[in-house]
Design a protein around this ligand. Structure first.
Ligand SMILES: [Zn+2]
Length: 218
């Protein structure tokens, strides 16, 4: 699987270093000004355990891992939730999947070989942070019952498999087979303009943001 991202050694909690000036170059313009825990991690205001990184994506360890590998992969440009991804996002979604599979393969090769992993998104209003994050869980068979059969169970109103989202986008369908809840308005920014605009407290006013559980980083 193609991967131009670097995998980083596990276990170190550190401050992400955003580019010194994020207003000039393309690669720098993906940095998020949004006021969520992930925006703060991207800007180096909160530490996180970084597992992999590319120009467009950052993979960090979940604060409360529910499997031996529990990574969160976030786009550096702001994307509110799985409701906000479109056909234009397929390229970085592919990269997100590739980064996820590389992490599973590197850390749990047997789980990778058996397909014993989950790549899924929570669907608003059942998301914890209003910044799209892919949950990467492996080996899935070791997860606790509640997490395996409830919280991270794709095919429910609250959780959807990454592959299903990608298939739906390829077929020019909406990313999720549900209506967007009225309390979760569209929240996207052009990935290339992410750094140019600040959306102060927009997410805070949404009840999608109400339980920002993954608050502290590591
Ligand atoms: Zn989640």
């Amino acid at each position: 699987m193609d991967s131009n991202h670097k995998s980083l050694p596990d276990g170190t909690c550190e401050y992400h270093r955003p580019p010194a000036d994020d207003s000039n170059s393309d690669s720098q313009s993906y940095y998020d000004k949004h006021d969520t825990v992930f925006g703060r991690i991207l800007r180096g205001e909160l530490p996180a355990i970084t597992l992999a990184e590319s120009t467009r994506l950052l993979a960090i360890q979940d604060l409360k891992p529910r499997a031996p590998l529990h990574a969160l992969i976030i786009p550096k440009g702001f994307v509110g939730s799985v409701f906000d991804v479109t056909g234009d996002d397929q390229e970085w979604m592919e990269e997100m999947k590739s980064m996820a599979l590389d992490l599973v393969q590197a850390q749990h090769p047997q789980a990778f070989a058996k397909g014993d992993y989950r790549l899924c998104f929570h669907i608003p209003p059942f998301n914890s942070v209003n910044h799209l994050h892919l949950h990467v869980l492996a080996p899935a068979s070791t997860m606790g019952i509640y997490y395996k059969y409830v919280k991270y169970l794709p095919g429910t109103r609250w959780c959807i498999e990454m592959d299903e989202v990608m298939t739906r986008l390829q077929q020019h369908m909406s990313p999720v087979p549900y209506q967007r809840p009225p309390m979760c308005p569209p929240q996207t920014q052009d990935m290339t303009a992410a750094a140019a605009t600040t959306i102060p407290n927009q997410a805070k006013s949404s009840s999608c943001q109400s339980e920002e559980k993954e608050k502290d980083s590591c």
